[in-house]
Design a protein around this ligand. Structure first.
Ligand SMILES: [Zn+2]
Length: 324
C-alpha cells in the first residue's frame, strides 16, 4: 500500500510534532475506504449528524484506519477550493458590498458605526465558517496530506481491466444506455479507479489481516450499485469484493453502529458551540501573518505541551493551555 505525502505544504520542524498518527492496521477495528463524496458530506451538517464525524475523525471510540483512493484525493483538492469560493460568494461578498452603502450616511459618526458593524459581521461569519464546516475540512485535509490515511491507487493490471470494461461498455461504470441518467452514454472512469484501488488495497491487506473488517462506503447511489437497489453492489462488481471480503455500503451510520453498537450518538449543536467560542477573548494573533488563531480549537497536545497552529501560514508555537 502507498502512503504518499503531498508536497503542497512543507511542515516546519515545530509542526511535525503534531502530525496525525500513521495508520496501523494491527490495532484497527476496521479499514474504511471512503469515496470522495463521503468526505464532502461528512463536513456538511445537513447530511450527517456530528456524532458520525466525531466517531470517524476526532474521538477514540473506534480504531478505524481510513483509506481514500488517490483519485478521490485529487478530487478532494478541487472540491475544497470550490467550497470556500462558494462560501465567499454566498456570505462574504454580499457583506463586503454592503460597505459601499456607507456613502449614503451624512455624518462621519454614522458611517463609522455602520462600517464597524459590517466589519464585525464579516469577522464573525468568517469565524462561523472556519470553526464549523471549515474546521472539518481542515481535519480531513490534514489527515490526507500528512499520511494519516492510506491512499491506494490502481496497478497496471487493474488499468488494463478497466480499459477492457470500457471497450466492452460494461456496467455499472460504462454503458450505452444508462437508465438512471439523462445522458445515454456512461463513462465513469474515476469511479472505476476508485473501485479497483479499493480491491487492490484489500488484496494486499488480506495477506497479513485475513479477519480484518473492510468496508467501502459511498453515498453515490448510481455508480456502484444495482439499478434495482442502490444499497446493493452491482452484480458485475460483486465477485471482486467477495474475493477479498469487502463490504459495500451507502449507509455510513449503519456501518458505524455495527462496529460500535454502544455508540451514544451524541449530537452536538455546532452553531450553539460556535457562538460560545467565537468571542474575541478566545483568539490570539499569529505573529507571522497576523491571522486569527483560536486558543482551543487551533491547539493540540504534543509531548506534554499545548501548541497552537495558525492554519493560514502553518506557524506553530507553545501556548499555556486555556482554562476558559
Ligand atoms: Zn499565521
Amino acid at each position: 500500500m502507498k502512503n504518499n505525502t503531498s508536497n503542497k505544504i512543507i511542515p516546519t520542524e515545530k509542526f511535525e510534532v503534531m502530525l496525525p498518527q500513521k495508520p496501523d492496521l494491527k490495532k484497527s477495528d476496521a479499514l474504511l475506504v471512503l469515496d470522495t463524496n463521503m468526505l464532502i458530506y461528512l463536513c456538511e451538517p445537513k447530511y450527517y449528524d456530528s456524532w458520525v464525524f466525531d466517531t470517524i475523525f476526532t474521538n477514540k471510540r473506534l480504531n478505524l484506519v481510513l483509506a481514500i483512493p488517490e483519485v478521490s484525493v485529487r478530487e478532494w483538492d478541487l472540491l475544497l477550493h470550490k467550497r470556500y469560493i462558494s462560501f465567499k460568494d454566498r456570505i462574504l461578498d454580499p457583506l463586503e458590498s454592503a460597505l459601499l452603502i456607507q456613502s449614503y450616511f451624512r455624518t462621519s459618526e454614522e458611517k463609522i458605526i455602520f462600517e464597524d458593524s459590517i466589519n464585525k459581521l464579516i469577522k464573525y461569519r468568517k469565524r462561523e465558517y472556519q470553526y464549523t464546516t471549515g474546521r472539518k475540512f481542515r481535519i480531513i485535509d490534514e489527515l490526507i496530506n500528512y499520511a494519516g490515511i492510506i491512499r491506494p491507487s490502481v496497478t497496471e493490471t487493474s488499468k488494463c481491466l478497466i480499459a477492457d470494461m470500457a471497450l466492452n461498455k460494461e456496467e455499472p461504470f460504462f454503458c450505452d444506455t444508462n437508465p438512471k441518467a439523462v445522458k445515454r452514454e456512461k463513462f465513469e472512469i474515476d469511479d472505476a479507479y476508485i473501485f479497483f484501488s479499493t480491491v487492490e488495497l484489500a488484496k494486499e491487506v488480506r495477506e497479513s489481516f485475513p479477519d480484518l473488517k473492510i468496508y467501502f462506503v459511498s453515498n453515490n447511489t448510481k455508480e456502484f450499485s444495482k439499478y434495482s437497489d442502490s444499497s446493493q453492489l452491482h452484480e458485475n462488481l460483486e465477485p471482486f469484493f467477495q474475493k477479498y471480503n469487502i463490504t459495500f455500503s451507502n449507509n455510513l451510520e449503519s456501518v458505524l453502529s455495527k462496529l460500535d453498537p454502544d455508540n451514544p450518538r451524541e449530537i452536538r449543536d455546532e452553531m450553539e458551540e460556535v457562538s460560545v467560542i467565537l468571542h474575541d477573548d478566545q483568539f490570539v494573533t499569529c505573529e507571522k501573518c497576523n491571522g486569527e488563531v483560536h486558543i482551543k480549537l487551533d491547539g493540540k497536545w504534543a509531548f506534554g505541551q499545548w501548541y497552537l497552529t495558525c492554519y493560514d501560514c502553518l506557524n506553530s508555537w507553545k501556548f499555556p493551555y486555556p482554562c476558559i
